[in-house]
Design a binder for this molecule. Structure first.
Ligand code: ADP
Length: 167
């Protein structure tokens, strides 16, 4: 039994994330998408909302589940059988920090390995921050986020822009 733990902020989940999750669900017995609590970022969606959006999108993938954690990943993974950390790599620029994180996590938990899946070509330029930026300008987001959550992103962006403009 191998369980891939796929950590991230997923604010919001993009087609790039979904592509990694789909491919991982064919490789591993079980995939856990873990929404990490990161108090440094000001999120578009709350933790609970991000989890609900991901759950909606992965509904048809039976071996994928969604969780959250506010503890060290090296500790968190111990609750699973045959855990490995899974990271998506968009470009060489992702590699340096991800490589460093992989070494740190292995140092904290010697049994823990990190596996990297390269992004599929058509998703390499997608990130949650690009999605948020495009949403502000009312761009077509259908090439960036799964259709199940498209309206949620559009509506939330409008609300936040409204607040910023003091409406
Ligand atoms: P973002 O960088 O979009 O804010 P997260 O912090 O949620 O994303 O990233 C979670 C994981 O997903 C990381 O391993 C990141 O490298 C990976 N990832 C993000 N976007 C893509 C993409 N378009 N293709 C492949 N992997 C991605």
């Amino acid at each position: 039994m191998t369980t891939a733990i796929y950590p991230g902020s997923f604010d919001p989940i993009t087609l790039g994330h979904l592509n990694i999750i789909r491919r991982a669900s064919r490789i591993f017995d079980k995939v856990v998408v873990c929404v990490m609590v990161n108090s440094a970022k000001r999120p578009m969606f709350s933790l609970e909302e991000r989890m609900e959006l991901i759950e909606r999108v992965v509904k048809r993938l039976p071996n994928v589940r969604v969780d959250t954690s506010d503890i060290l990943l090296a500790e968190y993974v111990k609750r699973y059988e045959g855990p490995v950390l899974l990271k998506g790599l968009r470009a060489v620029s992702d590699f340096e920090s991800e490589f460093q994180m992989a070494l740190i996590n292995n140092n904290l938990n010697h049994e823990l390995d990190t596996l990297f899946l390269p992004s599929s070509e058509k998703y390499t330029y997608i990130s949650s921050s690009v999605v948020k930026e495009m949403a502000k300008y009312g761009s077509d987001l259908s090439k960036f986020v799964p259709r199940e959550i498209l309206n949620d992103v559009i509506e939330r962006s409008k609300q936040q822009e409204g607040k910023r403009n003091g409406e």
